[in-house]
Design a protein around this ligand. Structure first.
Ligand code: NAP
Ligand code: HSE
Length: 437
């Protein structure tokens, strides 16, 4: 057997992900030692409240309420940040990097908000900043793009990037059921963020998309400038109409270079039911990425939950440990040398649309709406009009899909249509994405 190197690990946070990391380290420590020649010992763990009951795998001697006990511990060379949030996580990560320690984090909010500063700090202090778990949980997508696709210009990226919303949409599609009850299940299963609004309003997915844009396109784009819509407005009736039209509704992250800039957006979308992404269910995530040399590739796996996320954290931990022992540069310059950019303006996006209008069932309504679309150069692809007997109160849903149109035209048409006397509710418009199939 070759020699074994010992490294000390500190952890900040011992919740869903932190607990999963302890379980995996307990399970794999001997293997890492014997086969990889690295002995990883947890020296200190910071939590918010030391009096909380913890799992049997954690000795109370390891716990502290002061994160500086972890960062400043003389035997800790790698700090794992799995507490979440922006502050004080930013302060802790910076302090660790400034003292030359490597950091492994699952915190996509932190990287999306302060990535420029943190990657620069890692580079300045020759420290590592690894973040596999921050995007798509257990899928090794960061390593796949960084190590596997540097030979490529990425021409498009479509992703189901949030496990909680995919779980909710899957249950609503396959089983029906109440939105609030399903969200509660996702929280109980450990998929949701501390504040689940971040999941359902698309913030978590758009933060992940901004990290992917840095990796895949070399662009640092503030995630707040990207189009971001969540799933709150997706109603069961839209799921049913989408199915009748041959589509499944998914929350998608999309990034595509266009002549006017990088298109980067997150929103619910109708995707053809026979595509791979339409069939990614529950907490699973998937990313379909096209490289000019490699062609199309799809990565899928569990995007949330204790074990998948901890699997990604521990893979980073081992990789950083190997780089440190080998004395190699521990930060990938590709993450530092990025171009500050703005996303393509929303009004310039071009796609097709699913529209649900709630209208009085009177003669001429369809012609009226079709006229407005024609004025805005929007071509109608399909129409479904529900039978009058199916609804109460004289209003009926009128479903239309369109061919590709500019977002600017669709917004203007929608405004005019919603102002018609015969339209009794605000319209529902969901983009249709044909993906690369
Ligand atoms: P969590 O269950 O809420 O755990 C947070 C942990 O951080 C708790 O142990 C808490 O201590 C500790 N903590 C909070 N504030 C602290 C402070 N000021 N000092 C020291 N410790 C503090 O969260 P989680 O689900 O594990 O998520 C952690 C991170 O992983 C987040 O950035 C999240 O976005 C990311 N992530 C989560 C998943 C997932 O599936 N859950 C997947 C990918 C990425 P107490 O235990 O004492 O309260
Ligand atoms: N809340 C996140 C999700 C966790 O549901 O995808 C994984 O990042």
């Amino acid at each position: 057997m070759g020699s074994t190197e010992s490294l000390g690990v500190g952890i900040i946070g011992l919740g869903v992900v932190g607990g999963g990391i302890i379980d995996i380290l307990n399970d794999r420590r001997d293997y890492f030692k014997s086969v990889r020649g690295i002995d990883l010992t947890v020296q200190k763990i910071a939590v918010r409240d030391v009096s909380k009951p913890r799992s049997a795998g954690v000795s109370s001697d390891l716990l502290t309420q002061n994160a500086r006990d972890v960062i400043d511990h003389p035997d800790v060379q790698i700090v794992i940040e799995v507490m979440g949030g922006l502050d004080p996580a930013r302060e802790y990560v910076l302090a660790a990097l400034e003292s030359g320690k490597d950091v492994v984090t699952a915190n996509k909010a932190l990287l999306a908000e302060h990535g420029d500063e943190l990657f620069e700090a890692a580079s300045t202090h020759n420290a590592g900043l690894a973040f596999e778990a921050s995007v798509c949980g257990g899928i090794p997508i960061v390593r796949s793009i960084a190590q596997g696709l540097p030979a490529n210009h990425v021409t498009s990226l479509f992703g189901i990037l949030n496990g909680t919303t995919n779980y909710i949409l899957t249950k609503m599609t396959d089983e029906g059921g109440n939105y609030a009850d399903i969200l509660k299940q996702a929280q109980d299963l450990g998929y949701a963020e501390a504040d689940p609004t971040m999941d359902v309003d698309g913030t978590d997915a758009v933060q992940k998309l901004s990290i992917l844009c840095r990796l895949a396109f070399g662009h640092s784009i503030p995630y707040r400038k990207m189009l971001c819509e969540g799933i709150e407005q997706v109603s069961p009736i839209d799921i049913v109409f989408a199915r009748d039209l041959g589509y499944t509704i998914k929350l998608l992250g999309i990034a595509k270079p266009q002549s006017g800039g990088l298109e980067a957006r997150v929103h619910p979308a109708l995707v053809p039911t026979d595509t791979l992404l339409a069939n990614i269910k529950n907490e699973f995530n998937a990313i379909e990425i096209v490289g000019n040399a490699a062609g199309p590739q799809v990565y899928t796996g569990k995007g949330a939950g204790a074990s998948p996320t901890a699997s990604a954290v521990v893979s980073d931990l081992l990789y950083q440990a190997e780089l440190r022992i080998a004395g190699r540069q521990r930060i990938n310059r590709q993450l530092v040398d990025v171009e500050a950019a703005e996303p393509l303006a929303t009004e310039d996006i071009e796609t097709s649309y699913y529209c649900r209008f709630t209208v009085q069932d009177t003669p001429g309504v369809l012609a009226h709406i079709a006229n407005i679309f024609a004025t805005h150069n929007i071509s109608i692809a399909r129409v479904i009009q529900e039978d009058r007997s199916e609804t109460e109160g004289g209003s009926v849903p009128l479903i239309m899909t369109t061919h590709d149109a500019r977002e600017k035209s669709m917004s203007a048409a929608r405004e005019e249509i919603d102002a018609l006397d015969v339209v009794t509710e605000a319209s529902q418009i969901i983009r249709i994405e044909r993906l690369n199939d």
